[in-house]
Design a protein around this ligand. Structure first.
Ligand SMILES: [Zn+2]
Length: 496
């Protein structure tokens, strides 16, 4: 994340970035140029007294604000080269929030035209040039822009996220925009999201495949006396204790901070806000390393109902996300109930299970998949499984809460054996799972079905199997009150 710095009015002393380990910042080349009329361009690192990576924006956002900027596209490319920027942006033409489809189309074409012109003018190949994707809220135009820009040799691509969209919490539109851009762009090059905003939404945009972003929210919120946390925003005026223990919050109390002069208060709040953003980034990276980013998304939906909508929209793109989700992760996943049903790993399981070759015409034994995993190692399943496993005429399947049917052959594959789940005990959930199990059983065209029935799930499954097909011969054995040894003997006696 690049903290956005006003080149003419920096609020934070650059020493703070060094101490906090912040290695990259972003500033605005257009505002820098405008703020220094007649002065020769000077190395941006010296101007900002910052030795790390400096990215410069071109002033396109100011076009949105004022309708035009007093600088030509070629001029701002040359200026960025002269100030020795590390990452530069061409002067694109932003679509904004209020454009209609025709206008959006025009901004896409104009940005492509400007991109081609800029690419001809670029002399410094050591600068990483950013190619912005336009189209605004018109998803078809975003897709078209991504494909067109993706053909051009930019090191980084970027998507503008209109501030209005964030403020109106139209995360659903943002999701579609990002996915449309990702689908059109080459995946080998990073995608930057302009103006990413609040740390609480970082996990969502990272999950959608945004590799980099910049944010001015830390300073904008500080100006209005707002204190950022991963779960939301607090008003400094209302805080009794800081929950954060960063170097700022540790040394002062909310009361002391409130009594400070405005510039000093704004600076301290900005610093905390920035550290809250970077702390969230650490949390995200650690979640990625553990394969738990989706868990973080689900967790975050409890911070704000708007995020529930955010995730619900992301879920609609689960089959796309599934393609880029690792097949195996260092740890298992968590299944928190209905909300987790559509996470990419679950989508994958349901798709791949359907591809597993099956032997038809055997007898199917359905056993309850309880909390103990792998399911066959459950002490109440093991005696049954060990006596049936070698019989060529029987096939074993567990009926489970997180996955529905789990054939014995898949019991030890990821993430089945590693998934932590929670039985909500909702009848509708059992019915839905029972339908999945019955569909699997039907696919096996079994000679007979032994249902080792347990609890409401077993009951729902019995109903579903009875309704599935008339020809299905279902033998029900009550698991409760029956010793596993007796259960298996009774199966073997009747096994054909
Ligand atoms: Zn803090």
């Amino acid at each position: 994340m690049f903290p956005v710095v006003d080149p003419n009015l920096p609020i934070i002393d650059p020493k703070f970035y060094r101490e906090a380990g912040i290695g990259a910042i972003m500033t605005n080349a257009y505002l820098l140029k405008r703020g220094r009329p007649g002065q020769p361009p000077k190395d941006i690192h010296d101007t900002l007294d910052f030795k790390g990576t400096v990215a410069t924006d071109s002033g396109a956002y100011q076009i949105l604000e004022y309708g035009h900027v007093g600088v030509k596209p070629a001029e701002i490319v040359a200026y960025q080269e002269k100030i020795d920027t590390d990452i530069g942006v061409i002067l694109d033409f932003p679509t904004g929030f209020h454009s209609d489809a025709r206008r959006a189309g025009w901004t896409v074409d104009e940005t492509v035209r400007r991109a081609d012109e800029a690419l001809k003018r670029i002399k410094r190949k050591d600068v990483l040039w950013v190619g912005p994707v336009q189209g605004g809220v018109h998803i078809k135009e975003v897709a078209r822009s991504a494909v067109e820009m993706g053909k051009r040799p930019f090191s980084i691509f970027a998507l503008g996220s209109p501030t209005e969209l964030m403020e109106a919490q139209r995360f659903d539109v943002l999701v579609d925009m990002i996915v449309a851009a990702k689908k059109g762009l080459p995946h080998s090059r990073p995608l930057h999201l302009f103006g990413a905003g609040h740390p609480s939404m970082f996990p969502f945009i990272v999950a959608l495949g945004c590799d980099m972003f910049d944010s001015a929210a830390y300073a904008l919120y500080a100006r209005r006396g707002r204190y950022l946390t991963s779960d939301g925003t607090q008003e400094l005026a209302e805080i009794e204790e800081f929950s954060c223990m960063c170097r700022i919050c540790d040394r002062t109390t909310p009361g002391e901070m409130r009594r400070l002069d405005l510039p000093e208060k704004e600076q301290l709040l900005s610093k905390h806000n920035l550290l809250a953003c970077f702390s969230e980034l650490r949390r995200i990276r650690e979640a990625i390393r553990r394969g738990h980013l989706w868990d973080l998304l689900e967790h975050r939906t409890y911070a704000n109902p708007a995020f529930k909508k955010f995730l619900a929209k992301i879920v609609q793109h689960s089959p796309f996300l599934e393609r880029f989700t690792p097949t195996v992760k260092p740890r298992g996943i968590s299944h928190f109930g209905e909300a987790s049903d559509d996470r990419p790993e679950m989508v994958r399981y349901h798709v791949r299970r359907a591809r597993v070759p099956v032997e038809r015409g055997k007898s199917v034994v359905l056993l309850p998949g309880r909390w103990r995993r792998p399911y066959h190692e459950d002490p109440r399943n093991l005696p049954i499984v060990s006596k049936l496993a070698n019989r060529s005429n029987a096939s074993i399947c567990f009926y489970t809460v997180p996955f529905g049917p789990v054939p014995m052959e898949l019991d030890e594959t990821f993430p089945l054996a590693q998934t932590e789940s929670f039985d909500t005990r909702e009848p509708t959930m059992y019915e839905e799972r029972a339908r999945q199990v019955a569909a699997w059983v039907k696919r096996l065209s079994p000679k007979q079905v032994f249902l080792v029935s347990e609890g409401q799930y077993g009951g729902a499954l019995r109903k579903e199997l009875a309704g599935a097909t008339r020809q299905l011969k279902v033998i029900r054995i009550q698991a409760e009150g029956s010793k596993p040894e007796n259960t298996v003997s009774s199966i073997i006696q009747r096994l054909r």
